[in-house]
Design a protein around this ligand. Structure first.
Ligand code: G3H
Length: 249
């Protein structure tokens, strides 16, 4: 069992002015989110490790002695048994939470800076270009209002078919293009067995969540995925358990 955390970068300077694309740094609030994220992930890892350790040890006990009834024992023996179990739980939980934990960010500043509050000795941090935000081609650095007033037909075309609409200009991408460039990341994510945190951007986050949670591709470009929200996923044999956490300062 493992935890997969997915989030967008902290608030950037461009988020404050509503500019798309670009390579801005975090705002002061974005930097505070980065610190809170590091504390939060650590806390959730410990809770997860304790839960898992308790379950594993309980299952182990049941498989060894399925018919044992604690009423049969005297109280002192029960207490000793409980104490031993709790010690074993803590040791197992410590081993689980010390196991490798990977952090992937994109190669854009706002995403890499969001990972800066994580201790590099404790985490395996990788910056991956495939996780970069959709390339808005010649519309990089513009606000939606500017696109709407200067290029109304283009703006409308994107509204009408956001999934297939490709931004004009060098490197411009559509959602479908981003889905294709994420294929190898998704294969890697499914292959690895350790827990991880992915710090990325709105479009990439929508695509990853849709894939992991098997949501419809048509709805993907319209999903509400605000910044400072962390999606914690736990893959289970029957599907994926999702918990959504909001940072509120
Ligand atoms: O910078 C790009 C935006 O985050 C993309 O969001 O696909 O909803 O326009 P959108």
């Amino acid at each position: 069992e493992r935890q997969i955390f997915v989030t967008r970068h902290g608030e950037s300077q461009d988020n404050l002015t509503g500019r798309i694309g670009g390579d801005a740094s975090l705002s002061p609030k974005g930097r505070r989110f980065s610190k809170a994220l590091a504390r939060f992930v650590k806390e959730r890892r410990v809770t997860f490790a304790l839960d898992l350790a308790r379950r594993r040890i309980q299952e182990e006990k049941e498989s060894k002695d399925p018919l044992r009834d604690s009423d049969d024992e005297d109280q002192a023996a029960d207490e000793l048994e409980e104490h031993k179990t709790e010690k074993k739980v803590r040791a197992t939980a410590e081993a689980i939470s010390n196991s490798q934990f990977t952090i992937w960010t994109s190669m854009l500043k706002r995403s890499m800076e969001t990972a800066q509050s994580f201790d590099p000795d404790e985490y395996d941090i990788k910056h991956i270009r495939f996780l970069n935000e959709i390339n808005s081609g010649s519309r990089e650095g513009m606000t939606y209002e500017e696109i709407k007033s200067q290029f109304p037909n283009e703006f409308q075309a994107r509204q009408d078919n956001k999934l297939y609409y490709r931004y004009p200009g060098m490197g411009g991408e559509s959602y479908i293009d981003v889905i294709h460039r994420l294929q190898s990341m998704i294969i890697e994510l499914e292959r690895m067995s350790q827990s991880c945190l992915i710090i990325t951007h709105r479009v990439v986050l929508r695509i990853l969540l849709s894939y992991l949670l098997e949501w419809s591709q048509t709805d993907t470009p319209h999903m509400l995925v605000p910044i400072h929200t962390v999606y914690e996923l736990r893959p289970k044999p029957y599907g994926v358990e999702l918990t959504t956490w909001c940072y509120d300062e």
